[in-house]
Design a protein around this ligand. Structure first.
Ligand code: PMP
Ligand code: GLU
Length: 408
């Protein structure tokens, strides 16, 4: 017997869009979450120079890079984790999975909506998944109330909460008082928190607060190069363990890493040192991206809202989560009753690719979708961004959606 594991919906939409594009259909790529920004020039040059480093690195990763990352995140997010407690790996996805694997049996609290891979990973690791439901009105945020309500479904001693902000699929973050409230309940229930802060450096107001600042006792923070550096294919992720981590848990994480991926790619680790070494250069590169992402995100949200597709303006990263509930009756009349049907029809009839809300854990009938506003070009030489010049597909895609719902 085989395990039933389908291809991740994020990667699937990429494949489907490519197939349609090969048939000469114009596809507006709002499906896959990857920004077009190239890594900083000095990092690209460093990588070219590092190609001959073909040797394996240690499982935990290059000590100098870990030290630089520790220093950078201390200065930038107040994240105080000793470099000895940082693990590097080929992407943060495998680190999140390995953290789950390090537990025999656990209850894993996952918000709905939340990134597509947490649920399958939890299932593969053999744990009990408990969804924390949220609503549009709650800005898709979990609270101590939702955790308290979900605790009755616990089966095991160990509890893990996966918290991701700025969020995929909603682009929203938590206010400081909300983080304090969540930290307090996590502490009182002795929950291990995986704070997935992969979009932290893309907070649109440059004010990302790491969860570990509020709950240093048991927060593992994950991050990496994939989003802020636009380099998902480079595969470099990091887990910042809490400083007083149980030795058996740290040992299990290093052990599982050694039996699965062995190490993060050596040349990429060398190139990444250049990025984290130059605080001023890195933050000015981030500021430039943030300003563009913020402009595009707000444009998309404003235009959609004006067409009765309600959506919260994003606070970080490059996603929004348009909610078509106000148009439910109209859409039902057209035979659209699930978010999957909504996305399939939108793709076929308008060429706009998005991911259905059901992929993120919402009920199939909930009519919402994730829109990744990444179908634009990075201006050359850090020139000024102009939406008409650099992002015509963004305008066209949003107009297509608005016109399409008007028709229904
Ligand atoms: N978490 C979230 C919320 C993501 O969107 C992604 C996207 N790939 C990841 C984790 C994993 O990223 P990576 O493995 O490339 O570090
Ligand atoms: N994180 C990206 C997304 O949500 C894609 C990469 C992945 O899922 O690994 O679209």
């Amino acid at each position: 017997m085989y395990k039933q594991v389908e291809e991740s919906q994020t990667l699937l939409i990429n494949t489907q869009s490519k197939i349609l594009a090969e048939q000469n259909r114009k596809i507006i790529k709002f499906g896959f979450g990857q920004s077009p920004f190239l890594p900083p020039k000095n990092v690209l040059i460093a990588l070219e120079k590092a190609v001959h480093h073909k040797e394996y690195s240690s499982v935990q990763g290059d000590p100098e890079l870990r030290e630089l990352m520790s220093e950078f995140h201390k200065q930038h997010n107040g994240l105080k984790v000793d470099s000895n407690n940082i693990l590097l790996a080929p992407g943060s996805k495998i680190l999140i999975f390995n953290i789950l694997l390090a537990f025999e049996k656990a209850d894993v609290f996952i918000p709905a909506p939340a990134w597509v891979s947490y649920a399958p990973q939890t299932k593969l690791a053999g744990h009990n998944m408990i969804r924390l439901n949220t609503t549009y009105k709650e800005r898709w945020r979990v609270s101590s109330k939702s955790i308290n309500e979900a605790v009755q479904f616990k089966q095991y001693r160990d509890s893990i909460l996966i918290l991701n902000y700025p969020g995929n699929p909603d682009g929203l973050t938590y206010e400081e008082d909300e983080l304090i409230e969540l930290a307090n309940i996590a502490k009182s229930l002795n929950i291990l928190v995986i704070a997935d802060e992969i979009y932290g450096l893309l907070n649109h107001s440059n004010s990302h607060h790491s969860f570990a600042n509020y709950y240093p006792e048991r927060t593992i923070t994950t991050t990496g190069l994939s989003k802020w550096c636009g380099a998902g294919g480079w595969r470099l992720g990091a887990a910042f363990l809490y400083n007083n981590i149980e030795p058996a848990l740290k040992q299990a994480l290093i052990g599982i890493g050694s039996e699965t991926y062995s190490c993060a790619p050596t040349p990429i680790q060398i190139a990444a040192k250049t990025a984290y070494k130059n605080y001023g250069e890195l933050t000015s590169y981030l500021d430039y991206q943030i300003q563009i992402l913020k402009e595009i995100g707000n444009f998309c949200a404003d235009r959609l809202n004006s067409s009765d597709i309600r959506v919260h303006s994003p606070q970080g990263g490059f996603y929004i989560f348009p909610d078509f509930s106000l148009l439910k009756e109209k859409l039902n009349n057209r035979g659209i009753s699930t978010s999957k049907q909504l996305c399939e029809l939108l793709l076929v009839e308008t060429g706009v690719a998005m991911l259905p809300a059901s992929a993120f854990g919402l009920d199939e009938e909930y009519l919402a979708a994730r829109l990744a506003y990444v179908d634009f070009k990075e201006p050359e030489g850090r020139d000024e961004f102009n939406l008409h010049k650099h992002g015509p597909n963004i305008i066209e895609g949003i107009e297509n959606i608005c016109n399409w719902v008007k028709k229904t």
